[in-house]
Design a binder for this molecule. Structure first.
Ligand code: ADP
Ligand code: MG
Length: 561
């Protein structure tokens, strides 16, 4: 009775919306599951692609988890965590972005009934963390090292990893072709950590097969002035000079004001300007360079001057291209033409300006330091080439990772089934509730082979039963069996060269567990009215148990005053 007499305590500002407790948690779980459902059909070699078009009219076709998540424009604060883990997986290892989202969704799907039954989230979190730790240890144990092999062997092993990555993409039909190209590119840049040393240039037209690798640098011909046609377009062992200055007569009317008292003086000023630029050009020629590239403009006067002396020049070269030329040819970008010494000039075996499709390309090949490679991608539609570029990026990252860590595991769901079995077995020895939670974690891992089957139109239950039976064989001989995407049965994934670098799985499991635990640990969302109006539509997020992760889905949380 007395409590009813107490005055109401107003803690938060009028209009503040808070939802808390179990409904809030369930709502977040639903949202994450809804997001995972969006990307689940893209997993694996038979996965479907998504066509996303935004309000600006750009369309993107993609199979890449991270790209899709980025473009989805998710507003639910809980579900946004998935976008972050997909992005981090993309930047950490480059592949496995769909996997990580799917795993996080599945962990939470398994956790949901427990939460509904009143299990405290912390219990689940603890068990999930243990399970994830054990899973990662087991992966490390099962991973096969490719260290100590000869370069040729390594090449073919790395190509297998690249092919597995590419098999789920639009360009999967040509995966051997591209896998070889990617491996050659990555090996040629050696241990250089800079990803931008591999350039990818897109030239619409032709077919995929017309794509090629340049052992060096290639970039699109820059804008050029009259006189350019008279310059030679091919050199053997040329000296290369890179500049970061303008070689152009400047109109000084914006920059300087000169007052003259005698009209005759005007000519001397014009002459002075010409003298300055001629002196610069002369120094370039003196340096012995046959190719002059500049970040800034090279004007018509300079173009003609160089043409008369059989020198090739290109102005307004993009910065990253110029840096790659510098790295490849062993030259240094100059900011002045005074004192150009021999050491700052680079060289390459062949320089050529060539027609690729309907573009002209400047191609530097046979570069001495061999620290760069350029892939020139051809293909039909723009969206197609864009997706091909993203796919190659995945493959490049995978090969680099595999080269660094050099351990691989069997893909096609084989490693997931094996970890799952291991955890089930372990859980049997645990007394207490956490047995159930570890089992839930183990069950969630099966989502990968199940989804691979579903996406290929196979009977997932049937295949999974076969896989479970194989993996349960006491001799351990079935531990490498995964989904056979060609026959709809099961096969030894390792023997079929469906390989993935171990880091992909390790990172995916770690990140997905972290995300799931993070969601489980949140029991209240507070939204103050000010930020709601400021964010406009984005303010409609985070409430309700409907679980609409994308816009809408505004249900009812618990209101508190
Ligand atoms: P992610 O974005 O997570 O990399 P993908 O769509 O690339 O998703 O699918 C990767 C999954 O497909 C991995 O589990 C991999 O083992 C599997 N996979 C790739 N190639 C094959 C294949 N030839 N047979 C069976 N499974 C494959
Ligand atoms: Mg992939």
């Amino acid at each position: 009775m007395a409590s009813m007499m107490q005055p109401q305590i107003i803690l938060l500002k009028e209009g503040t919306d808070t939802s808390q407790g179990k409904p809030q948690l369930i709502s977040n779980i639903n949202a994450v599951m809804a997001v995972a459902d969006v990307v689940r059909t893209t997993l694996g070699p038979r996965g479907m692609d998504k066509l996303i078009h935004d309000d600006k009219g750009n369309t993107t076709i993609s199979n890449d988890g991270a790209t899709i998540m980025k473009l989805l424009d998710i507003v639910h604060p809980g579900a946004k965590i998935l976008v972050d883990i997909a992005k981090s997986q993309d930047s950490e290892v480059g592949d496995g972005t769909t996997t990580v989202v799917l795993l996080a969704g599945e962990f939470l799907r398994e956790a949901k009934p427990f939460i509904e039954d009143g299990v405290h989230p912390q219990n689940l979190i603890r068990s999930f963390r243990t399970a994830s730790f054990m899973a990662v240890e087991k992966i490390k144990e099962l991973a096969v090292s490719i260290e100590g092999k000869s370069l040729d062997e390594k090449r073919s092993l790395l190509a297998k990893c690249a092919a597995t990555t590419l098999s789920s993409k639009l360009i999967g039909g040509e995966k051997e072709f591209f896998a070889k190209m990617v491996v050659d590119a990555v090996i040629s840049i050696g241990n250089d950590d800079r990803l931008n040393m591999i350039g990818i240039k897109k030239v619409p037209g032709g077919t995929m097969r017309d794509s090629f690798l340049v052992n060096g640098v290639a970039f699109k011909k820059t804008f050029s002035y009259a006189g350019f046609e008279q310059q030679p377009k091919k050199f053997l062992n040329p000296k290369i000079l890179l500049l970061n200055i303008e070689l152009e007569l400047k109109s000084e009317k914006e920059n300087a004001e000169i007052r003259l008292s005698d009209p005759l003086q005007y000519q001397s000023i014009v002459d002075a300007e010409w003298n300055i630029i001629y002196a610069k050009l002369d120094k370039c020629v003196q340096s012995g360079a046959k190719i002059v590239l500049s970040r800034l403009a090279i004007g018509d006067l300079a173009t003609q001057y160089f043409a008369d002396r059989d020198i090739f020049c290109a102005g307004r070269v993009a910065e990253d291209d110029l840096h790659r030329v510098a790295a490849a040819t062993g030259s240094a970008v100059q900011t002045s033409v005074n004192n150009v010494i021999e050491e700052v000039l680079g060289s390459c075996e062949v320089f050529e300006e060539k027609q690729v499709g309907n573009e002209r390309f400047n191609i530097f090949s046979g570069c001495p330091s061999g620290q760069t490679a350029t892939i020139v991608l051809r293909g039909g539609a723009d969206q197609f080439i864009e997706e091909a570029e993203r796919s190659l990026h995945d493959a490049i990252m995978i090969v680099r990772r595999a080269m660094k860590n050099s351990t691989v595991v069997a893909g096609g769901g084989a490693i997931d089934m094996e970890i799952s079995r291991y955890l089930w077995q372990h859980a049997r020895n645990i007394a207490g509730k956490s047995q159930l939670f570890i089992n839930a974690f183990a069950k969630a891992l099966e989502v990968i082979p199940r989804q691979l089957c579903d996406n290929a139109g196979f009977d997932a239950t049937d295949v999974l039963n076969k896989l479970r039976q194989k993996h349960a064989l006491p001799s351990g001989e079935g531990s490498l069996y995964g989904v056979d995407i060609n026959t709809g049965g099961i096969s030894d994934s390792f023997a079929n060269f469906v390989w993935e670098p171990a880091v992909v799985k390790i990172n995916a499991i770690n990140a997905a567990t972290e995300a799931a635990c993070l969601i489980l640990s949140v029991d209240e969302t507070v939204k103050n009215p000010k930020s709601e109006s400021a964010q406009g539509e984005a303010g409609m997020m985070g409430r309700g148990r409907g679980g609409g992760a994308m816009r809408g889905g505004r249900g009812r949380g618990m209101r508190r005053r």
